[in-house]
Write a protein that binds this ligand. Structure first.
Ligand code: PEP
Ligand code: MG
Length: 323
């Protein structure tokens, strides 16, 4: 079975009706780029940069160290795009043990909130990412945005980092794209604010589900309440793909839903064309993509999205598997 899948490495991910789908890899360290290449990923859709920062007793990686890590990744991907997410610490990814003591870490000073509160740390990372962009195709992805002023401050910091490099005569991709993770319900409910200023969107379903359903993603006691096809989640996903399409900007899913083969038909039917997932899932998803005829999906997708009854949604998802 594995061998059969391996043959798909070089095959492009196109549905039966001819719709091309971009399948990307989620990685946590430069070494993982090899695994992304191994399965023929079209690029890295999510480089979780916080793993360069974690487990170091709070000693931060220097600009140089980060640059080397990002550049190694970009070069390993041989011209295929690498989307580097800026530091997403806090909550389930504590930078140091002190973090864990916060009352509600998932609702605390995490991700972009932390970066905007630590501008020197953020600028250092942005410079390192920008410098790597001289060596291949790099996109910058910002986690946990929810306010307009956070978007504005972030873009101002990117501009400032660029300016610093220009003054030092250091090369970078002047046209580098900056995207927002949609992972806070407030973001999914204020998409016009995002599509106006950001170059692309990427949905973090892990956090979007956590915050929408108010269940700690790491708390086993509420794991039974985790429902990625809860009508509220499907509505937020549908709104996001619609807003991105209307604005003419790319939208990806990089949370766990993207790598769940039971949901591939649903997500493609809803209009998603870019999925980023752990490399281990990619070939299986590709095989599924190649078995899909999107032309048959519309009535069922409509029914699923109009319904607020879990049983109707589940039945719709089952029906999609049979087409
Ligand atoms: C997500 O929230 O879905 C996501 C992709 O980011 P992380 O899992 O790293 O929070
Ligand atoms: Mg997240």
């Amino acid at each position: 079975f594995r061998k059969k899948l391996a043959k798909l490495k070089k095959t492009s991910a196109v549905t039966k009706d001819g719709t091309p789908i971009t399948l990307l890899a989620n990685i946590e360290l430069p070494e993982h780029a090899a695994a992304a290449n191994e399965v023929g990923a079209s690029g890295v859709g999510l480089f979780r940069s916080e793993f360069l920062f974690m487990g170091r007793d709070g000693i931060l990686p220097s600009e140089e160290e980060q640059f080397e890590a990002y550049r190694a990744t970009v070069q390993a991907m041989k011209g295929r795009p690498v989307t580097i997410r800026t530091l997403d610490v806090g909550a389930d990814k504590p930078l140091d043990e002190a973090d864990v003591a916060t009352l509600n870490p998932a609702l605390g000073l995490r991700a972009i909130r932390y970066c905007l509160a630590e501008p020197q740390l953020f600028l250092t990372q942005l410079r390192a990412i920008l410098r790597a962009s001289a060596f291949g195709k790099v996109n910058i992805l910002i986690p946990m945005l929810s306010h307009l002023f956070e978007i504005d401050q972030t873009l101002a910091m990117v501009a400032q980092a660029k300016q610093q490099l220009i003054l030092q005569g250091i090369a970078f991709d002047a046209d580098i794209k900056v995207g927002a993770m949609i992972e806070v319900p407030a973001a999914a409910l204020s998409l016009p604010m995002f599509v106006k200023k950001m170059d692309f969107l990427s949905i973090g379903t892990n956090d979007l589900i956590q915050y929408t359903l108010a269940i700690d993603r790491a708390d086993y006691a509420v794991a039974h309440l985790y429902d990625d096809v809860h009508p509220a989640i499907l509505q937020l996903l549908a709104m996001t793909v619609a807003a991105a399409d209307k604005a003419g900007i790319p939208v990806a899913i990089c949370g766990g839903m993207a790598g769940d083969i039971k949901l591939t038909r649903l997500l493609l039917g809803m209009g998603f064309r870019e999925l980023s997932m752990p490399p281990a899932q990619l070939l299986e998803i590709k095989q599924e993509v190649m078995n899909i005829d999107l032309l048959l999906f519309n009535p069922i997708i409509k029914k699923i999205l109009r319904s607020y009854e879990p049983e109707v949604i589940a039945e719709g998802i089952r029906a999609l598997q049979l087409l």
